[in-house]
Design a binder for this molecule. Structure first.
Ligand SMILES: CC(=O)SCCNC(=O)CCNC(=O)[C@H](O)C(C)(C)COP(=O)(O)OP(=O)(O)OC[C@H]1O[C@@H](n2cnc3c(N)ncnc32)[C@H](O)[C@@H]1OP(=O)(O)O
Ligand SMILES: CC(C)C(=O)C(=O)O
Ligand SMILES: [Mg+2]
Length: 559
C-alpha cells in the first residue's frame, strides 16, 4: 500500500447544498421496490441462472410481493431473450406485476429488445448509457454533447418502437450509468433531455434511475447528490426517481436509506445483496429495517429461510451466517451478559407489548425463525443462557442459587472440552450432577395424623436393593428426611425449597429443587416426578447420593 494514497486516489466531490433537507427527513412509507436479481444479480454470477432457476427466482419474487421485476437483458443473449418470451407466452406474469428489461443505447439492441416483448401486457423498458467523465472519454469517445445526443436518440427510438406495439402498456426508465461519478449539472442535463424526449408528465411519468454503479463516496454525499437532483430536475413531477446503489464501500444500505430521505421514490436491488462485485443493494435489509421502525414494507419475508434457500439455489452462492436478518447466527447470543438480558426480557414480556428485546432488533418469529437458536452456550456464556436452554427445552425453571451452582459445573466441563454445549448436553450434565436419574423411589404411602403430623413409608432403591423407609415429621419431606436419617444415618437438612410444574394436563410432572446441608456442606438435589411429594423426596435422595452419604444400614428401618 502507498504511504501517500492521495498520490493515486482522490476524494469524492463534495456537493454544494448548504440547505440540505434530507437530514431531517423520516422514512414513513416504503419506496416502490424493484428487484434486479434476474438481471444485475444474474450478470454477476459465476454461472448465470438456467431457465429453471430463473423461473424459480421469478416465482419467489412474485410471492414476496415485488410488483416490478427486472427479468433480464433480452438483447444480450438468447437465454435472456428466451426467458422473456417464456414469461410472456406462458402468461406467467401476474396482472399486478410489471416486468422490466434492460438495454444499452444501441440501435440493434433496442430492436431486439422490442422483439422479445411482443405480446407483453406491461413492460418497463430500461435504457442506459454511461455518463461519467472516464466512460465518456475512454469507452464512448464522446464529449458531453455527443453523450446527450446518444441518449436522446435512443430514448426517441424506444418511444417510437413502443408506439408501434400499442397492445403493451409501456413505462420508460433511463439510467445515467455511473451517476455516482458523474458531474451533477451534466447528470441533470442528460436526464432532463431524456425526460423531455419521453414527454414525461405526472399523468404518464418516466422512471429516472440514479445508480451508484460503483459506490465511491460516503452515504451522506450520495444523499446530497440525490437531493440535488430531486430539487433541480425540470420535470420532477413527471419523474419517478429511482436509485440503484451498489455496495463497494459496504454502505449500500445506508446510502439507500439516506437517498430515500433525500427524495427518492423507488429502489432497485437484489435479495440479500447479490450483484456485481460486493453486490447490489440488499433489498431485504432495507425492507426489514423499515419494518423494525414500524413501517410495513409491502414485501413479505415471513418465511425468510425458504427465501434464502431459493436464493442460494438460484445463485449458487451461500448467504453468510452473519448476514443481516437471515444469517444462521444473527439471532444467536453466546455471551453471558447478552443471554442474561434476553432471558430476563423474555420473562418480563407480555402479549401485545412493543418489541423491546435486548440484542434482538426484530422478533425472529416474524420471519419464521424460532427462538431455538437465540441462546447458545459456549465458554463465553453465563448462568442466564444455561438456565434459558434448560427452561426452553426441558421446562426446568432453576432457582437463582442453583443456576449459579450449575453454571460453575458447566464452566468446568467447558474448560476441559472447549466446545459448544447444546441443550441435550446441558441436560445430561445436570442429570448427572444433581442425581436426577439415580434417585429411585418405589411405592410411597403418606398418612396424616389428627395432630397434623405426617408419616411417610417409602421404598428406596439403591445398588440393586430395595430399602423400606419410614419416618414422621411436620410434612412429607420432613418425614422422609427423618426416615432417611434412620435408614442411613445421613446428616441431612433442608435449607431451601422450590417446586414447579412441567407441562400440563395428564402429562404434567413436578420438578423440585432442594438446597440441602449434608454433613456440613451445601448441596443441591433435584427430583422430577408425576407426584409433587415424590419429586421432593427424590430431590433429597439425589442430593445424598451425589454426596456419597446414602449408606443404608438395614433393609427396613422405622424412625
Ligand atoms: C452497470 C451495468 O450493470 S450495465 C449492464 C451490463 N450488463 C452486461 O453487460 C451483460 C450483458 N452484456 C452483453 O451481453 C454484451 O456486453 C452486449 C451484448 C450488451 C454487447 O456486446 P458487444 O457488442 O460484444 O460489446 P462489448 O460488451 O464487448 O463492448 C461494449 C461496446 O459497446 C459500447 N458501449 C458500451 N456501453 C454503451 C452504451 N451505453 N451505449 C452505446 N454503446 C455502448 C462500447 O463502447 C463498446 O463498443 P466498441 O465495441 O465499439 O468498443
Ligand atoms: C444498468 C445500471 C442501472 C446498473 O446496473 C448500474 O449502473 O449499476
Ligand atoms: Mg447495477
Amino acid at each position: 500500500m502507498l504511504k501517500n494514497p492521495a498520490a493515486k486516489y482522490r476524494p469524492a466531490t463534495q456537493i454544494q447544498l448548504a440547505d440540505r433537507r434530507w437530514p431531517n427527513a423520516v422514512i414513513d412509507k416504503p419506496p416502490v421496490w424493484c428487484s434486479v436479481d434476474l438481471r444485475d444479480g444474474n450478470q454477476a454470477l459465476i454461472e448465470p441462472m438456467d431457465p429453471a432457476r430463473k423461473l424459480r427466482m421469478f416465482e419467489q419474487l412474485v410471492r414476496i410481493g415485488f410488483k416490478e421485476i427486472e427479468v433480464g437483458f433480452p438483447s444480450a443473449s438468447q437465454a435472456d431473450f428466451d426467458f422473456v418470451r417464456l414469461l410472456i407466452e406462458r402468461n406467467l406474469v401476474p396482472d399486478d406485476v410489471t416486468i422490466q428489461v434492460l438495454t444499452q443505447a444501441r440501435d440493434h439492441l433496442i430492436t431486439r429488445t422490442f422483439e422479445s416483448l411482443v405480446g407483453a401486457k406491461r413492460v418497463i423498458v430500461h435504457l442506459y448509457n454511461a455518463t461519467a467523465p472516464v466512460m465518456r472519454r475512454v469507452v464512448l469517445g464522446l464529449d458531453e454533447d455527443g453523450v446527450v445526443d446518444l441518449a436522446v436518440r435512443h430514448a426517441r427510438m424506444i418511444r417510437e418502437c413502443a408506439e408501434r406495439q400499442p397492445e403493451t402498456a409501456w413505462t420508460f426508465e433511463y439510467s445515467p450509468e455511473m451517476f455516482s461519478n458523474t458531474e451533477l449539472p451534466f447528470a441533470k442535463r442528460i436526464v432532463d433531455a431524456v425526460a423531455t424526449e419521453w414527454r414525461a408528465t405526472a399523468a404518464k411519468p418516466c422512471i429516472i434511475n440514479l445508480p451508484s454503479t460503483v459506490e465511491c463516496c460516503t452515504p451522506n454525499v450520495f444523499a446530497d447528490m440525490v437531493e440535488w437532483m430531486h430539487r433541480h430536475l425540470e420535470r420532477r413531477d413527471g419523474i419517478v426517481m429511482s436509485i440503484h446503489p451498489h455496495n463497494d464501500r459496504g454502505t449500500g444500505t445506508a446510502a439507500a436509506e439516506l437517498a430515500l430521505m433525500a427524495g427518492a421514490d423507488r429502489l432497485e436491488g437484489c435479495l440479500f445483496g447479490n450483484g456485481e462485485r460486493t453486490g447490489n443493494l440488499d433489498i431485504v435489509n432495507v425492507a426489514l429495517n423499515l419494518y423494525t421502525q414500524g413501517v410495513a414494507p409491502g414485501l413479505d419475508f415471513s418465511d425468510i429461510d425458504e427465501i434464502r434457500r431459493t436464493v442460494e439455489h438460484c445463485n449458487q452462492l451461500p448467504v453468510h451466517p452473519r448476514h443481516p436478518y437471515v444469517g444462521d447466527l444473527v439471532y444467536t447470543s453466546f455471551s453471558g451478559s447478552h443471554q442474561d438480558a434476553i432471558k430476563k426480557a423474555f420473562a418480563a414480556r407480555r402479549e401485545g407489548d412493543i418489541w423491546e428485546m435486548p440484542y434482538l432488533p426484530i422478533d425472529p418469529m416474524d420471519l419464521g425463525r424460532s427462538y431455538e437458536a437465540v441462546i447458545r452456550v459456549n465458554s463465553q456464556s453465563g448462568k442466564g443462557g444455561i438456565a434459558y436452554l434448560l427452561e426452553n427445552e426441558y421446562g426446568l425453571e432453576l432457582p437463582r442459587r442453583l443456576q449459579i451452582d450449575f453454571s460453575r459445573v458447566v464452566q468446568q466441563v467447558m474448560d476441559t472440552e472447549g466446545k459448544e454445549l447444546n441443550a441435550a448436553d446441558l441436560w445430561s450434565i445436570f442429570e448427572r450432577e444433581y442425581g436426577v436419574a439415580e434417585a429411585h423411589i418405589g411405592h410411597v404411602q403418606i398418612t396424616e395424623q389428627d395432630d397434623g403430623r405426617v408419616t411417610v413409608k417409602a421404598d428406596v432403591q439403591h445398588g440393586g436393593r430395595s430399602h423400606r423407609l419410614q419416618g414422621q415429621g411436620n410434612g412429607p419431606v420432613d418425614a422422609f428426611v427423618n426416615g432417611l436419617r434412620a435408614l442411613s444415618g445421613a446428616d441431612v437438612e433442608v435449607l431451601d425449597y422450590h417446586q414447579h410444574a412441567i407441562g400440563g394436563g395428564a402429562q404434567a410432572r413436578a420438578a423440585a429443587y432442594l438446597e440441602l446441608r449434608i454433613a456440613g456442606a451445601t448441596r443441591f438435589g433435584v427430583g422430577i416426578d408425576a407426584n409433587t411429594s415424590t419429586a421432593s423426596m427424590k430431590a433429597v435422595l439425589g442430593g445424598l447420593l451425589r454426596a456419597g452419604r446414602f449408606q443404608p444400614q438395614a433393609d427396613t428401618v422405622t424412625a
